[in-house]
Ligand binder design. Sequence first.
Ligand SMILES: Cc1cc2nc3c(=O)[nH]c(=O)nc-3n(C[C@H](O)[C@H](O)[C@H](O)COP(=O)(O)O)c2cc1C
Length: 205
Amino acid sequence: MDFYEVINRRRDVRAEFTGEPVDDDVLRRVLGAAHAAPSVGLSQPWDFVIVRDPVTRKAFQHHVASERETFADQLSGERASTFSRIKIEGILESTLSVVVTYNPAKGAPAVLGRHAIADAGLYSVCLAIQNLWLAATVEGLGVGWVSFYREDFLRDLLNIPASIRPVAWLCLGPVSRVHDVPDLERHGWRSRLPLEAVVHQERFV
Ligand SMILES: Cc1cc2nc3c(=O)[nH]c(=O)nc-3n(C[C@H](O)[C@H](O)[C@H](O)COP(=O)(O)O)c2cc1C
């Protein structure tokens, strides 16, 4: 696939996972792409926890369902009815999950480039996630980012130390199809802005 085709083909997937196996070599290439991401001070502050156990996934899905309700309770009218039609995760339908974490102690204390912007470590983890997402797209796999969770719940579930932040629960696996239009746009939740709306010349305002 051409690079820009990959960029535009990448989708957040929820309903289209088939649950078919993912080849170990493919998974290794996808994780290798994530691990090749740039990072502040070359700190490489990420870790990847592969979750296949259905019991663990069921427990997480249960938690996500309750967080979905928490969010839904904040909505009313059209927003509430639109949200009720949107699927927000494919935790059990996908083949496996990859939980990506951020460890600020990696490369510390002198992380080159992080002294003024603590979040630069977190930005690095997000770049690893984007690499993973694009590599999975090239491999014909879907990825669905789930963020309807409390960090402490996920720490407890996966035995993640208190000093390490879970950044993403990613559902991963083969898919029956990839939509051209993001789910949220198809369901009328929100649309992608035109490029002109976000590009500024010389000054922000
Ligand atoms: C930080 C982050 C968190 C997200 N959390 C969720 C989520 O919990 N559930 C979900 O269905 N999609 C989630 N998404 C996916 C977005 O809804 C999706 O990227 C957006 O609607 C654009 O669609 P596309 O990725 O298919 O282009 C998340 C995406 C990001 C970047």
